[in-house]
Design a protein around this ligand. Structure first.
Ligand code: M6R
Length: 578
């Protein structure tokens, strides 16, 4: 993961780099650092363990070009010592890196034998020493030489003390160039530079680029110059700001009616000429895929397999040219999901990406793409992207069935559900001290139980497990006690009576139950300690409505516990390492 920024121009680089890093903090926030080259060609560095804002308290570095980094630790604990940028021993080169250098131990050993002393425990530091060793008057050439030695996925930027240029390289981790007037940028994603420019070039894997104040050049890994593919970013900075909300996550939860409206407009043109659909994704996106499996099988009567991308990529999937692999990803950069795309293409299967970030790597690599219209999602916990993925699942299911999806006033019902936020907040105040939760649901509600439990885990650090409601008696019911409440997703649908019985089984064992139920359902009160009511809708639409209380419940529990909701520990938004 990690975030990278580079700036070269006529303005002071320090503040531009730090502001860019703040936008990239969602990618990791273990440490942050900037390297700026002074007028007299000296590389000066500020770097510290902790959040980017710490850099603002340090004496600003003077100079008009430099690089910056926010870290999500892979090799070496979060510390000042392991913070990027890294320099070589003569302080002539500085590097920031995102990704993993898999053969770093071997390279480190080799460099150590040649007398190099390392100043960190990271895999990244080998890059700067290799560059210093291979530099013969041209930084781009040195980079071209050393990338032949690097194994793994990475993007990195490098500067030289008297270079007046920044070189960036990409193999597996994102890197974008921003084009300005008498200034140019590198960044892990456009949010870091959109304040300055909307004209960008997304580097592809196996490309390097050289940017100067006036010029941008892109080359392949063989050193041959390539054409510049300039694109315009179509969203605004305001969309990526909190706009008065306490957290991005809360803002994004409340944006969902608008997101649904927008995503409902997305046209679907998928041909029905395949024998199997396989949904592949990670985390929340995978739960959207699982809801999709239930809905497509129900509406379009097509068999759908569901796979977690990190498993899919290393197992025998018996793929054929007749398979349609649907990958779902908010960021479009998730390493495992991207690997699934590449594997599927290698086997000749068709790939369809359901992606939020326009022109992201997955969006560019799939055969066909459908963009969700969630807008920039900044909160690490995915919310509005999930609902937009669900909408696409519905649209796809109905399209494959040759029917039109009628969302039937769902936007208004979602607004009604959001209006219950104070009620859900009060409920959270009652439950926030519990250490364990069970989440249950049947049929289409089961993936929602998974998603609700994931939300609670990631932002409140409460242990939560989700099960199909009918599975409880096969083991997990042993966990039920006064100390472990259950959140049951039980709207009035075709499996209502079955889930109701499971809730009764929990009550009979003195378990506390919070139920998400349909307005007007009085019976459910008898077996629940607390009920969150959602409006009545057509049965198939319940997953959309049930999503809202699950998100708000997790949010308010985390708020009660004083958690850093937009920056949950150990996590990062874009998981570009496997
Ligand atoms: O960007 P992607 O949708 O591919 O990300 C997949 C998961 O990493 C992501 O959904 C993750 O589980 C979120 N933290 C969930 O809130």
């Amino acid at each position: 993961m990690c975030g990278i920024v580079g700036y070269i121009g006529e303005k002071e680089a320090n503040d531009i780099l730090i502001a860019g890093l703040e936008k990239l903090e969602y990618r990791g926030y273990d440490s942050a650092g900037v390297a700026v080259i002074s007028k007299n060609n000296i590389i000066n560095i500020n770097k510290k363990k902790g959040r980017v804002e710490i850099l603002k308290n340090l004496t600003p570095l003077l100079g008009t070009y430099g690089i910056g980094h926010s870290r999500w630790s892979t090799h070496g604990v979060p510390s000042d010592r392991n913070a990027h940028p890294f320099t070589d021993q003569s302080n002539q080169f500085a590097v920031v890196h995102n990704g993993i250098i898999e053969n770093y131990l071997e390279l480190k050993e080799e460099l150590r034998n040649e007398g190099v002393e390392f100043s960190s425990d990271t895999d990244s530091e080998v890059i700067v020493h290799l560059i210093a060793k291979n530099y013969q008057g041209d930084l781009k050439e040195a980079v071209l030489k050393i990338i032949k030695r690097l194994q793994g996925a990475y993007s990195f930027c490098v500067i030289k003390a008297d270079g007046h240029e920044i070189i960036g390289a990409r193999n597996g981790s994102p890197l974008v160039i921003g084009l300005g007037k008498k200034e140019n940028f590198f960044a892990s994603d456009v949010s870091a530079i959109i304040e300055h420019t909307r004209d960008v070039i997304y580097l592809n894997d196996f490309q390097i680029a050289r940017i100067t104040k006036e010029n941008v050049e892109v080359f392949n890994f063989q050193g041959e110059e390539e054409a510049l593919d300039v694109r315009e970013v179509n969203w605004t900075l305001e969309k990526a700001q909190k706009q008065g909300y306490k957290h991005f996550m809360l803002k994004e939860i409340f944006e969902q009616p608008e997101v649904i409206k927008e995503t409902l407009k997305v046209p679907i043109h998928v041909q029905n000429n395949f024998s199997r659909i396989i949904m592949v994704a990670c985390g929340t996106a995978s739960y959207a895929g699982l809801v999709g499996k239930y809905i497509i099988e129900e509406v379009a009567k097509i068999h759908v397999l569901y796979e977690i991308a990190s498993e899919f990529r290393y197992k025998e999937n018996l793929l054929t040219q007749n398979d349609l692999i649907i990958v779902i990803s908010q960021s479009g950069e998730t390493a495992d999901t991207l690997a699934a795309v590449r594997l599927a293409k290698e086997k000749g299967a068709k790939t369809l990406g359901i992606v939020n970030v326009v022109d992201s790597t997955i969006a560019r690599e799939v055969d066909e793409r459908i963009y969700t219209r969630a807008g920039p999602e900044i909160g690490v916990a995915s919310t509005k992207a999930f609902i937009s993925q669900l909408i696409i699942m519905y649209k796809l299911a109905f399209h494959l069935a040759g029917k039109e999806f009628d969302a039937n006033g769902v936007v208004e019902k979602i607004k009604e559900t959001l209006a219950k936020h104070e009620e859900i907040r009060t409920l959270a105040q009652k439950y926030y001290l519990y250490q364990n939760f069970l989440y249950i649901g049947r049929n289409r509600n089961f993936p929602l139980a998974l998603e609700g439990a994931l939300k609670l885990k990631e932002i409140s650090y409460i242990h939560a497990e989700a099960y199909p409601a009918g599975e409880l008696k096969h083991g997990p019911i042993a966990l039920v006690s006064e100390e472990m409440p259950t959140l049951a997703v039980c709207p009035r649908d075709s499996v209502y009576a079955k889930t109701f019985s499971n809730i009764e089984e929990i009550k009979a064992r003195e378990g506390k139950v919070i139920t998400i139920a349909t307005e007007g359902d009085q019976e459910i009160k008898r077996v629940s300690n607390d009920v969150i009511y959602i409006p009545k809708v057509e049965e198939i639409l319940y997953p959309l409505l049930c999503t809202i209380p699950l998100q708000l419940f997790a949010y308010y529990i985390a708020e009660c516990r004083g958690c850093d909701i937009d920056h949950p520990r150990n996590l990062a938004k874009a998981v570009s390492v496997e």
